[in-house]
Design a protein around this ligand. Sequence first.
Ligand code: CDP
Length: 222
Amino acid sequence: MKKIIVAIDGYAGTGKSTQAKSLAKYFGCVHVDSGAMYRAVTYFGQQQTTDGSIDIKLLIDSLPQISIDFELTKNGQQTFLNDENITDLIRQSKVNDKVSDVASIHEIRSFLVDIQKEMGSSKGVIMDGRDIGTIVFPEADYKFFLTASPKIRAQRRYEEQQKKGIIETLEEVLANITARDHQDSTRIVTPLKKAKDAIEIDVSYMSIDDVFNVMIENIVES
Ligand code: CDP
């Protein structure tokens, strides 16, 4: 297994996880979807109260009880929260609507960033998220930053959600993506931004394979 660290950051719905998955397969290393970890903590917080609202103080105090694992199965990578498979549950709109609030809390970020750093300490990892090239792995071997027009991202995410059986309108998806972009880019704690040394790729008019090929070319050529 090659010990390579690749950071893929960017806006919501740019296909970061899809690319990270393909690169991990290509290089025979682990894929860590850091967004799934913020989603898992959000889901955990919503389960703590009877009405599904998040009690931030309670959630922060409960962080030591949270364990998040990824497992590669024949159905793709699955996310586990304290041994419960939450892969599909964390894609629901109630999680989409609250995850950026949860991700703006310093204690939660530092809890997850420590785990993420640990995941890359011993073996190769392809990690996607918002702060991977800037905070989690500033020394990553390769960094990419994906962008695309909000409308195109919303259309792609809408189709993805439909395939998963999650009922949302295109307008709702676009509104959520736009709101999260804004919140993620303007939060005080480590906002979403391109690392100075990241390669920016506008994926608006590129196929999944085109984007993958650009990434591989950049990695192989350097
Ligand atoms: O797949 P999508 O781009 O829609 O989102 P995600 O990668 O699953 O991330 C969900 C949310 O988690 C983001 O909107 C951010 O608020 C937060 N996040 C973050 O703050 N830092 C990360 N490294 C990854 C995700």
